[in-house]
Design a binder for this molecule. Structure first.
Ligand code: ADP
Length: 393
C-alpha cells in the first residue's frame, strides 16, 4: 500500500466517523458507540451505527465531510437495514451531484454484518491515486528501461574500448619487438665480426664495430627508457622538478639536437623567438622531452625534406610554442585520438615510420602537470602544427 493510499484511507475513515457522530447527535443518541470503520473490500468502507439513519442528512454530511477531508472522488453510498437485511438506499455521487437513485454494489460478495444498521461508501478509483499508481508504474518501467539501456550501452562501449585497447597493445608489442630486434641483431653481428681472428689485428675495424655497438646500445637504452618512463607516468609516480627557466634556452637546445637529423634529410629547421617574456616555472628535463618529441614527430611524419618551423609568442597568460611541419598531416578523426596511449594513425599494415604511440601521450601528461595545454591543427597532405601553452609562474 502506497503512502497516498494510506492517507486516503485515513481521511475517508475520519470523514465517515465524523458523519456517524453527527448522525448520533441529530438522533440525540448518546449511548451508542461507533464501531471502528471497516474496509470490507477495496475502497469499500462500512460504518456500523446502531441508530436510524436519515438519508438526506447522510447525503449532506458525507458531501460536507469529504470536502473537508479533501477527498476528490466519485462514490456510491448507501444504507443497510439490518431488520430487512437489505440495502434501503444507494446513490451515485459524481462531481458532487447525485445522479442515480439506485446503484448496484461493486461486488455482490461484500457482506454486511447482520444485526447492525450501517451506512457504507464505495469510492470509484480516486483520480489522484490512479494517476499516482499509473505514474508509479510508468516511472518504474521507464527507470528500469533506462537502466537496461544504460547498462547495455555501457557493456557494448566497454567491449569496443577493450577490443581497441587490445589491438593497440598488440600493435605496440609488435612494434617494440621490431624496434628492439634491429639493434640486437646489429650488436650480435658486430660482436661476431669483432670475435673473428682476422679482425683482432685490424684496429680500424675494431673501432668501427665498437662504435656501431655503442650507437645501437644507446638506441636500445633510449627505447627502454621511453617505455619505462611511460610506466612511471602511468602510475602517477613522477614528480616535477620545477625551476624558473627561459623557454628560449630550452627550445634552442632541443632545436640544435634535431637540426643535424633534419638537415641530413635535406630539410630546414627554423626557430623564431617572438615571445618577449619567455620565463616560466617548469621542469627542464620533461619540457625538453616534450619539445624534442614534437620536433621528432615533425621530422618523422614528413615524407621528403622536412620543413619545420618553431615559433614562440606570448599571450596575456603565458608563453606559446608552435611546432609546424609541412609533412603528411592527418584527418580530423585521427586528431581526436593522437594523445591516447598506444594510438598511431593507421597506415594499413605497414608502419614505415617507427614509433610506439607513446610520444604525444607523454607530451599531454607533462603539459597537464604544468597546468598548460596542447592543441593540434592538421590537414592530410598539408602538414601539422602543434601548439603548447605554458602559463606564467
Ligand atoms: P609515435 O611513436 O607513433 O610517433 P606519438 O604519440 O608521438 O607516437 O604520435 C601518435 C600518432 O600521431 C603518430 O603515430 C602519428 O600517426 C600522429 N602524428 C604525430 N605527430 C604527427 C605529425 N607531426 N604529423 C602527422 N602525424 C603525426
Amino acid at each position: 500500500m502506497s503512502l497516498q493510499e494510506i492517507s486516503f484511507d485515513n481521511r475517508a475513515k475520519a470523514a465517515m466517523r465524523t458523519v456517524a457522530e453527527q448522525l448520533l447527535v441529530s438522533n440525540q443518541d448518546s449511548t451508542t458507540r461507533i464501531e471502528p470503520i471497516n474496509l470490507t473490500g477495496p475502497m469499500f468502507f462500512v460504518c456500523k451505527v446502531n441508530t436510524p439513519i436519515d438519508s438526506f442528512l447522510l447525503s449532506t454530511l458525507l458531501k460536507y465531510e469529504f470536502e473537508y477531508q479533501d477527498i476528490q472522488a466519485d462514490y456510491v453510498y448507501g444504507i443497510y437495514d439490518c431488520f430487512s437485511d437489505s440495502i434501503t438506499l444507494s446513490k451515485f455521487v459524481k462531481d458532487d451531484i447525485e445522479t442515480q437513485n439506485y446503484v448496484e454494489l461493486p461486488d455482490e460478495n461484500i457482506n454486511f454484518e447482520k444485526g447492525v444498521a450501517n451506512f457504507w461508501v464505495y469510492f470509484q478509483r480516486p483520480e489522484g491515486l490512479m494517476i499516482s499508481e499509473i505514474g508509479k508504474w510508468l516511472f518504474s518501467s521507464a527507470g528500469l528501461l533506462i537502466i537496461v539501456i544504460f547498462t547495455f550501452s555501457f557493456t557494448i562501449f566497454s567491449i569496443i574500448k577493450q577490443k581497441q585497447l587490445t589491438e593497440m597493445k598488440t600493435d605496440f608489442i609488435n612494434n617494440m619487438t621490431h624496434e628492439f630486434k634491429t639493434p640486437i641483431s646489429t650488436i650480435g653481428l658486430s660482436t661476431e665480426v669483432l670475435m673473428k681472428e682476422e679482425t683482432q689485428s685490424d684496429k680500424q675495424k675494431i673501432q668501427q664495430y665498437a662504435r656501431i655497438i655503442s650507437e645501437e646500445n644507446n638506441r636500445l637504452r633510449t627505447q627502454v627508457e621511453k617505455v619505462l618512463q611511460m610506466a612511471i607516468l602511468d602510475r602517477g609516480q613522477f614528480e616535477l622538478n620545477v625551476k624558473e627557466l627561459d623557454l628560449h634556452d630550452l627550445i634552442g637546445s632541443a632545436v640544435e639536437k634535431q637540426r643535424i637529423t633534419v638537415e641530413n634529410r635535406g630539410g630546414t629547421l627554423s626557430l623564431e623567438r617572438n615571445a618577449e617574456n619567455s620565463n616560466v616555472r617548469a621542469d627542464w628535463e620533461h619540457l625538453q622531452n616534450v619539445v624534442e618529441n614534437l620536433l621528432d614527430n615533425a621530422n618523422k611524419y614528413s615524407n621528403s625534406a622536412p620543413i619545420i618551423k618553431v615559433e614562440t609568442y606570448n599571450n596575456k597568460h603565458g608563453v606559446l610554442i608552435r611546432v609546424a611541419d609541412q609533412g603528411i598531416g592527418m584527418d580530423r578523426e585521427s586528431q581526436k585520438y593522437i594523445f591516447d596511449k598506444f594510438y598511431r594513425v593507421s597506415t594499413g599494415d605497414v608502419h614505415d615510420v617507427k614509433g610506439f604511440g607513446l610520444g604525444l601521450n607523454y607530451v599531454k601528461i607533462i603539459m597537464d602537470a604544468h597546468d598548460g595545454n596542447i592543441e593540434v591543427n592538421s590537414a592530410p597532405g598539408k602538414g601539422s602544427s602543434f601548439e603548447i601553452f605554458l602559463p606564467f609562474a
